[in-house]
Every structure is written in structure tokens, then in C-alpha cells.
Design a binder for this molecule. Structure first.
Ligand SMILES: [Fe+2]
Length: 189
């Protein structure tokens, strides 16, 4: 149901699901399709009152707007200065800027993964995103890090499936990584 000129959560989720069905795993068309799907929704004046609280992986203020067992759509506040270190998740993740500014870095992994604890990362994107833009990662190039550059930085995060149970947190300067359970960011990373 659409209420007046603003789409409902279900309208938005259906538009997101259609974009996924249409564009599959093609990064740029999917990014454009997801942006189109969420744009009218994120213009809702009551946007920040929607959703239910969830335990974030790296942050305190995170709310589920939609979850169906695979697709999840959340609204997240990223504290200024918090650097989420390079990590992977096994699924694509799209971060749509709602407020503030976000530095988002995407990495390629150059080594073959044969040495435990060792990883060589190469930066393939380092960009500052502003409201209305969408940062996105997709396997195999799905390692990213990010940092809020303003105190009021909010994103709408769309995740295309369930996170793998463990994730790698990388130290790009030291060429190392540690393994952590999804939901528990290691202090050492
Ligand atoms: Fe991530």
C-alpha cells in the first residue's frame, strides 16, 4: 500500500526485490536499481522513526526496517571517527547515504589465501559519499572499510543475503587478518 505520496516499507522492499531480480549480480546496474528503489522511501519525513532496534556489528544505533530471512534493510547511525576496519561478509552490501558524509574504501585481495593470518590488500576505490549516493561491494571484491566524516552520518544498508558465519577483519598496513564471528568485531583488528 502506498500512503499519499510516500511509499510504504513494503512498497520499497518490493521495489528492492524487483531490482535484485532484474539486475542479479551485476554491480553497477544493481547499484542504480537499488538507488531508484529506495529514493522515494528515504524521502519520507518520518524515516528515522521507522524500524526496530537491532544489535549492530560495529555500532549502537541500528534499526531493521525490513528483514525476510535473506534480504535485510537497516538504518544505521555511524559515529564520527569510528573507522570500521576492512572486512568481508560473503554477500553484497549497499550503503545509501542519508545524512552526513562517508569515506568508503574497497579492496582487492591479492594473495591466494594459502597462509593463515596473512592477506595482501590493494585499494581499488577510495571515495567520499554524500547523501543520495550509494557505496556498494559485491563478491569477489567485497572487502571494504568505512568512516563517518560528520557527527550526524546515517546510512540505509541493504544486504543481499545472510552474512557468512565468520568474517575476516584485515589490517591492510600489516598484511594480516583475524577471523571473527559475524556480529563480533575483534578488538585486535
Ligand atoms: Fe560491511
Amino acid at each position: 500500500m502506498t500512503t499519499s505520496e510516500h511509499p510504504s516499507i513494503r512498497d520499497m522492499a518490493q521495489a528492492v526485490i524487483s531490482a535484485i531480480g532484474r539486475e542479479g549480480d551485476n554491480l553497477e546496474p544493481l547499484r542504480s536499481g537499488l538507488l531508484e528503489a529506495v529514493k522515494p522511501f528515504i524521502a519520507r519525513p518520518d524515516l528515522f522513526s521507522l524500524g526496530v532496534k537491532r544489535p549492530g556489528n560495529h555500532i549502537d544505533n541500528s534499526k531493521y526496517v525490513y528483514y525476510d530471512g535473506e534480504l535485510s534493510i537497516t538504518i544505521d547511525q555511524l559515529p564520527q571517527g569510528l573507522v570500521v576496519p576492512p572486512h568481508d561478509h560473503g554477500v553484497w552490501e549497499a550503503l545509501c547515504l542519508l545524512k552526513g558524509r562517508l569515506r568508503h574504501v574497497v579492496y582487492d585481495r591479492l594473495d591466494d589465501g594459502s597462509v593463515d593470518g596473512h592477506a595482501e590488500l590493494k585499494t581499488i576505490e577510495d571515495k567520499i559519499y554524500t547523501p543520495g549516493e550509494m557505496a556498494m561491494v559485491m563478491p569477489p571484491a567485497e572487502i571494504h572499510s568505512f568512516e563517518a566524516l560528520e557527527p550526524e552520518t546515517f546510512i540505509c544498508t541493504i544486504v543481499g543475503g545472510n552474512y557468512k558465519p565468520t568474517r575476516h577483519y584485515y589490517n591492510a598496513d600489516k598484511n594480516t587478518y583475524v577471523v571473527a564471528q559475524a556480529g563480533k568485531q575483534p578488538k585486535a583488528a
